[in-house]
Design a protein around this ligand. Structure first.
Ligand code: KIV
Ligand code: ZN
Length: 393
C-alpha cells in the first residue's frame, strides 16, 4: 500500500475565483478544518500578491502544527523572499516556485528561450532552498509542454534541490492518456526522478481533472493537488473529494490517503458558505443529489438493497442516509417507504388508492414534500372506507 499525498490548494488556486476572496480570519478557519481533515499540505496563499494574503499565510503558518504549509511564488526573487518570510514560523514550511514551460508561455509570456527558462527555474529553486528544505517546483502549462523539454527542466530542478515536482495541466488541455504518458515519460527518462515526489495539478476545462489526476497516480505521481468542491480558476481544479473517494473505492488495494472521509460533507458545505460558491446539486460526492434517488426503478432497487444503485456508502462521506425523493417519476415502493417513515404503514390496497392521489399531486409539483405527503395521507385516513381497506400489505 502506497500513500498518496493530498495537497489542498483551496486557499490559493481555489481562492483565485472571482467573488471567493477570503480575509485572514476566514482563511485560518478553513486551514484548521483542512488540517483536521487530514490533508498533507495546505497551500495557504500567494504572499507577494497582497498584504492580506501575506498575513494569512503568516498566521496559518503559526497556527497549523501537523500539516505542511506552502506558499506560492513565481520564479522571481522578491516573490520567493515574500513566500519564505510568510512561512518562516511554520513547523513544516514549503515554498512552491515555478515558471511557464510550454512553447506558448516561453515565447509570448516571457519572450525568452528554453535555455533561459531552465536557468531561471534552477536559480529560483536554489534561492528558495536557501530558506527552506522543502521546495516544490511547478512547470506551468506542463500539459502543453513538449515532453522532452519538460524532462530536461524537471531533471535540472531536481538536481538543484526540488523535493516535489509539480506537472500542472494549467489549461485543462490533456486527455487522460496524454497526461498519463507525460508522467510515465518523466518517470522513465528523468535522471534522479526518484529523489522527488511527482505531483499532479489538473484543471477542469474539459471536465478531465479527476481522470487526469488518477491517470498520473497510475504512472507514478504520489501527490495530488486539488481543492474542496473543485473550486478554482475558470472550470476549477481537481476536486479533493473526488480523487480521495476514487482512491478509497476503486484503488484501495494499492493506495490510500490520510483523509478522514466522514468529514467531507461538512467541510464541503463550510467552504461553499465561506467562499459564497454554490455546489451544483449533481456534484459527485458532495452535491445535494449525490445520494438522492427519484426515479421509480432506482428507488425500488435502493429500497431493496442500497448497493443496487450506490457505489459509496453515504456515511463514509458524512451523509446520514440515502434519500428517496418523491416526484412524478416515483413508484409505489418509494411512496410506501416514505409513508412508513412518517408513521403510515399502508396495506397493499391502501397503497394503490394512495398512489393514485399521490401521482396527481406529484404531477403538479417538482417534488412532493413530507408535509404535503402527510396532509394527503391524513386526509385519506379520515375516510372510514380507506381505513377499512386491510386486505394485504
Ligand atoms: O495551474 C497552474 O499551473 C498553477 C501553478 C501556479 C501551480 O496553479
Ligand atoms: Zn492551477
Amino acid at each position: 500500500m502506497e500513500k498518496i499525498q493530498i495537497f489542498d490548494t483551496s486557499l490559493r488556486d481555489g481562492e483565485q475565483v472571482p467573488g471567493c476572496k477570503l480575509n485572514p480570519k476566514e482563511k485560518i478557519k478553513i486551514a484548521k478544518e483542512l488540517e483536521e481533515l487530514g490533508v498533507d499540505t495546505i497551500e495557504a496563499g500567494f504572499p507577494i500578491s497582497s498584504p492580506n494574503d501575506f498575513e494569512s499565510v503568516n498566521q496559518i503558518s503559526k497556527e497549523i502544527k501537523n500539516t505542511t504549509v506552502c506558499a506560492l511564488s513565481r520564479a522571481v526573487e522578491k516573490d520567493i523572499k515574500a513566500a519564505a518570510d510568510a512561512v518562516q514560523y511554520a513547523k513544516r514550511p514549503r515554498i512552491h516556485t515555478g515558471i511557464g514551460t510550454s512553447e506558448l508561455h516561453i515565447k509570448y509570456k516571457f519572450n525568452s528561450t528554453e535555455d533561459k527558462i531552465i536557468e531561471r527555474a534552477v536559480a529560483a529553486v536554489k534561492y528558495a532552498k536557501s530558506f527552506v528544505e522543502d521546495v516544490e517546483f511547478y512547470a506551468e502549462d506542463a500539459g502543453r509542454t513538449n515532453n522532452i523539454y519538460l524532462a530536461k527542466i524537471i531533471e535540472a530542478v531536481i538536481k538543484a534541490g526540488a523535493t516535489v515536482v509539480n506537472i500542472p495541466d494549467t489549461t485543462g488541455y490533456c486527455l487522460p492518456q496524454e497526461y498519463s504518458n507525460k508522467i510515465g515519460f518523466l518517470k522513465e527518462y528523468v535522471n534522479g526522478i526518484d529523489n522527488a515526489i511527482i505531483s499532479t495539478h489538473c484543471h477542469n476545462d474539459l471536465g478531465m481533472a479527476t481522470a487526469n489526476s488518477i491517470a498520473g497516480i497510475e504512472q507514478g505521481a504520489r501527490q495530488i493537488e486539488c481543492t474542496m468542491n473543485g473550486i478554482g480558476e475558470r472550470a476549477g481544479n481537481t476536486a479533493l473529494e473526488e480523487v480521495v473517494m476514487t482512491i478509497k473505492q476503486r484503488m484501495h488495494q494499492r493506495f490510500y490517503t490520510d483523509i478522514k472521509t466522514p468529514m467531507l460533507n461538512r467541510i464541503s458545505k463550510m467552504i461553499s458558505e465561506e467562499m459564497c460558491m454554490m455546489v451544483q446539486a449533481n456534484k459527485a460526492i458532495v452535491g445535494e443529489n449525490a445520494f438522492a434517488h427519484s426515479s421509480g426503478i432506482h428507488q425500488d432497487g435502493v429500497i431493496k438493497k442500497r448497493e443496487n444503485y450506490e457505489i459509496i456508502n453515504p456515511i463514509d462521506v458524512g451523509v446520514d442516509h440515502s434519500s428517496i425523493i418523491l416526484t412524478a417519476r416515483s413508484g409505489r415502493a418509494a411512496l410506501a417507504y416514505r409513508a412508513k417513515q412518517i408513521g403510515f404503514d399502508l396495506y397493499k390496497d391502501q397503497l394503490d388508492i394512495a398512489y393514485e392521489k399521490f401521482i396527481h399531486l406529484a404531477d403538479m409539483h417538482k417534488e412532493v414534500q413530507e408535509a404535503e405527503l402527510s396532509t394527503m395521507l391524513n386526509q385519506l385516513f379520515e375516510d372510514s372506507q380507506f381505513q377499512a381497506v386491510q386486505l394485504q400489505k
